[in-house]
Design a protein around this ligand. Structure first.
Ligand code: FAD
Length: 339
């Protein structure tokens, strides 16, 4: 049944745990709710925001529009052939519950993405990634409700246009659709990604040459917990900024001035550099504005250490961007979506 609330506080629907009121909150709990939903949606699409668990959204003031939230549950193994399993997961499932399901059933592919907060419906939106793995590599198709004509459509992997923290859902389809379910294609044969150095170091340390999927998820969980604050204890939205991608020539100039700069993969023309390193070089670890603070253990994370307002978090993020730009001439782009 459709749930509708007015002047609803979304404090429990955002991992910063800030108070935030919206005019109308609509939750769909079963597929049949879609027909009932239509008359309640605003005609002006700027007055509509689709919210998952709010782990990547920063509210910046009262929202005078409608928040649409999927609480569609269900994980269904659709087919298994050769070494592949196709699993359709409804958008309201918690992402980590799905990863735990895969670990338990030995379906390989997404174990490096364990403990990422949020919903399954949001996972393709920013193509969530961690420890050398991006979810887009394991998505077969995405089914969504088109909020303009209320048709239900399905698009395949290529059409999702997955890139680093990006997809068509963040681009041309942004704000226009509600993802209903995602079909993942995983392997039933052991295959792991240990390309991230600390993961390989942990395996070496254990003398673990043939890790199980449980070993991989345990190691990744432990690395994550040592670096990232648990949002249930300390409000945050994970990495606040994307790692900037700059031209090789820009990188070489920076490298001349800062030989210790941390950079990742390059495609020959562009180079991805560490946003955490840039922020750290500006001595911003522990810096705070109001109740918002740059996390000491990982400067890419802004935390609410008690009573941060939306303004505190916004001001701090802008201050970080300013300092990094002044020192390096690099503009940090926010990974978190401002509403
Ligand atoms: C502690 C912490 C660690 C994190 N670590 C990582 C990490 O390692 N890697 C990473 O990639 N991210 C990470 N994140 C960010 C976050 O977990 C992901 O972006 C996650 O996918 C957000 O899910 P959500 O449901 O909370 O999305 P929301 O914040 O609710 O929404 C995010 C975007 O998705 C859209 N959306 C949500 N649901 C739907 C739907 N059903 N249909 C259409 N659009 C929808 C929203 O409109 C919005 O544009 C981290 C966050 C935290 C708090």
């Amino acid at each position: 049944m459709l749930k509708i609330e007015y002047d609803f506080n979304l404090k429990n629907h955002n991992t910063f745990h800030v108070d935030f009121l919206c005019k109308k909150f609509i939750e769909i709990n079963q597929r049949e709710d879609i027909d009932d939903l239509i008359p309640f949606l605003p005609t002006d699409k700027n007055m509509l925001y689709v919210l998952g668990e709010g782990a990547n959204t920063l509210f910046t003031g009262r929202f005078n529009g409608t928040i649409l939230h999927s609480n569609l549950k269900g994980i269904h193994v659709k087919k298994q052939e050769n070494d592949r399993v196709h699993i359709q997961v409804n958008s309201g499932e918690i992402w980590n519950d799905f990863v735990l399901f895969c670990v338990q059933n030995q379906y390989y592919g997404v174990e490096n993405l364990i403990l990422i907060p949020g919903s399954v419906g949001a996972a393709p939106v920013q193509n969530i990634g961690a420890y050398g793995v991006e979810v887009g590599d394991f998505i077969g198709s995405v089914e969504y409700l088109d909020l303009a004509d209320f048709s239900i459509r399905k698009i395949g992997n290529i059409d999702c246009q997955f890139k680093y923290r990006d997809s068509i859902f963040k681009g041309s389809l942004s704000g226009k659709i509600l993802i209903l379910n995602v079909t993942f294609v995983l392997s039933t044969k052991p295959s792991f990604n240990a390309s991230y150095k600390p993961v390989q170091a942990a395996l070496d340390n254990e003398n673990n040459l043939i890790p199980s999927i449980q070993d991989m998820s345990r190691i990744i969980s432990s690395i994550r917990r040592s670096k990232l604050p648990d949002p249930s204890l300390l409000g945050n939205a994970g990495s606040f900024f994307k790692n900037p991608i700059i031209s090789n020539s820009h990188f070489l100039k920076l490298h001349e001035r800062f030989p210790e700069i941390i950079a990742f993969d390059s495609d020959g023309k562009m180079m991805k550099i560490s946003a955490a390193w840039l922020i750290d070089q500006c001595n911003l670890k522990g810096f705070s504005i109001g109740g918002a603070k740059v996390y000491e253990k990982q400067p890419l994370v802004i935390v609410n250490y008690g009573s941060a307002t939306c303004n505190d978090i916004t001001d701090l993020s802008q201050y970080i961007q300013k300092k990094v730009f002044e020192k390096f001439g690099v503009l940090l782009e926010s990974e978190v979506i401002f509403l």
